[in-house]
Ligand binder design. Structure first.
Ligand code: ATR
Length: 281
């Protein structure tokens, strides 16, 4: 197989991706004469496209499922962020080397601030879930100076693993089971709740459920759901019912791309134009 182009997104399948549309707007805005490609790469073809990325003209690639972890052995270096998150969602070229980085974490923080106005600095946060996507959320919160993070997960041992991986002097992290009585008491001290489980996701195991209901949600809370289908999940409806402010995961998708574009080119991304293009598709 012969790959063409110097910037794009790799995934499998990739046909649904909106990245080529909103990234092209940014390239055009800066008069960069490149086409943002959608490379459909199966796991078997990963070594071949990584060879293509070694070419002199290669700029950057956004990385999506199923390659975020299995691309790691093929890059020359990982940034500290990618190392800690344990996943790569952008590859850049630096001094001839392929560098794997992660912008899901900073994309989440920008999306949270943009939609809810909340800065996690010094805050106490309850996070539901301890899966792959949760690692970027925990890193983003920690990096933004969150004071305390409580991870509630059905499988406690997975939450405890995250405590081991991320706890440090600046951010106190603890793990609890996904137990409604326990959570009811803890949530009173929290300023932010983030859902990273698939509870409430269309097509998921419990599409109509929420990890927490309005009677147990304090009125001043900020709720964020990384699930973006549906746009307003049952959890976000409960936050709204309780009188809280909420944000959904759609703009996280755009912001991870905006952060990636800015790192790949060293230029400011035309944020509004990119959102307009994303919303049009
Ligand atoms: P992702 O990589 O998108 O985070 P994942 O690794 O499968 O996906 O994680 C899904 C998260 O949703 C996990 O925290 C999972 O809990 P477990 O670690 O106990 O599996 C959570 N989850 C999925 N279905 C759930 C359910 N029916 N009830 C409670 N939690 C659920």
């Amino acid at each position: 197989m012969k790959y063409e182009g110097n910037i794009g997104i790799i995934g499998h399948p990739i046909g649904h991706s909106k990245s080529p549309v909103f990234q092209q707007v940014a390239l055009d805005h800066h008069s960069i004469v490149e086409k943002f490609r959608a490379w459909d790469v199966s796991p078997d073809d990963l070594p071949e496209i990584m060879g293509h990325f070694k070419s002199d003209d290669f700029m950057a690639a956004c990385v999506t499922l199923p390659h975020k972890i299995n691309i790691i052995p093929y890059v020359d270096e990982l940034t500290r962020t990618a190392k800690q998150v344990g996943a790569v969602n952008w590859v850049f070229k630096k001094n001839g080397n392929l560098v794997g980085h992660n912008t899901d974490c900073s994309g989440f923080i920008r999306s949270l601030k943009d939609q809810t106005g909340l800065d996690p600095q010094s805050k106490t946060v309850l996070v539901f879930g301890a899966g792959g996507a949760c690692r970027a959320i925990i890193y983003g919160l920690k990096d933004s100076g969150a004071k305390k993070i409580i991870i509630a997960n059905r499988t406690l041992v997975k939450a405890e693993q995250l405590v081991n991986d991320f706890s440090d002097y600046n951010t106190q992290i603890s793990a609890i089971p996904l137990d409604k009585e326990n959570i009811k008491n803890i949530v009173r001290d929290c300023q932010l709740i983030v859902n990273t489980t698939s509870i409430g996701m269309s097509g998921g195991p419990l599409p109509k459920d929420s990890p927490l209901y309005s009677e147990n949600i304090p009125p001043g809370i900020v709720g964020y759901d990384i699930v973006y289908a549906p746009v307003e999940t049952p959890f976000l409806k409960e936050v709204q019912k309780a009188g809280g402010t909420f944000g959904n995961g759609i703009s996280m998708l755009v912001y991870q791309g905006i952060e990636g574009f800015e790192m790949a080119t060293g230029l400011d991304a035309p944020v509004e134009k990119m959102f307009a293009a994303f919303n049009k598709v």
